[in-house]
Design a protein around this ligand. Sequence first.
Ligand code: MEV
Length: 315
Amino acid sequence: MVETSSPAKAILFGEHAVVYGKGAIAISLDLMMRLTVSTSEKTTVNGQDLSQPRHRYIKWAVENLWKGEALRIATRSDIPKASGLGSSAALSCCIASALASLKGEVREDAVARDAFEIEYNTQGRASPTDTSCSAHGRAINVSFERGEGHLWSLGKGERTWHIHHLEPPDMTLVIGFTGVPSVTSIQIEKVRSFYERSGFAKETIDEIGNIVEDGLRAMSSGDVVRIGELMNMNHACLSILGVSSKELQRLKDACDPYSYGVKITGAGGGGSVIALTDAPEKVMDAISSRGGRPFKAGISREGTRIVVSEKAASV
Ligand code: MEV
């Protein structure tokens, strides 16, 4: 039996633009996905037969990364589904690490690579930001050049993303989930069609790229005021790209008076906003009063982890 756990993630800067060759900054959150696997007569997930689309991430993983016996798989999660907080990335990291553990060797870079393959092949167009953040924990920055703190590099087609460890400054962050599901593939497709038709969309993606670079400098100097300003600018760019919604904007407007900065986090369309604040109770009340679900999430010190690994006793 193997038990693994992987954290949720929130993107502070750069979602969508990272798919087009710009950088991104993501932090892991102390909301966990847990998965257990043991060999069995028949492959099941939470007591049900493995099926599409319900178990599409696990199904792709089992069919492509596993050649052994049937598996009994069970999941438990603190991460709300389709909330923009990376539940599918955490699930992909959990199953990738559990299968690696059954095969005998778990390495963080290999988990990040396998989890990216699971997300990419299940979801279509994607960057390795969410899966690498969940695999590594703490915070990462993604860039198109290899730099200080380099962890691993992952490529698809003409793109290579270089993933780096980032030490985040002390920040109080509050998440506000709209309760409306965010479907990453739909939002990526929406941005793609705008990007292919419009020079303005390309300029907006370039602008997000500049915000990420400024964000990296603001994070290394721990300048929360500047981080907040840049979050607001990033939110405006995401709205131009068409991935905001009235529910997301309502939560942003409610949090703004008590925050350094507030933005959509993740693919958008629905999902969540993230607020940087030193008045978390006020921000949480503001989110609840507008019908959202608040979380005061800390940064996870851990990435994907094997919690238990037991070999069956041989008879
Ligand atoms: C989703 O959390 C982030 C996106 O940039 C997609 C991706 O990077 O794979 C929208």
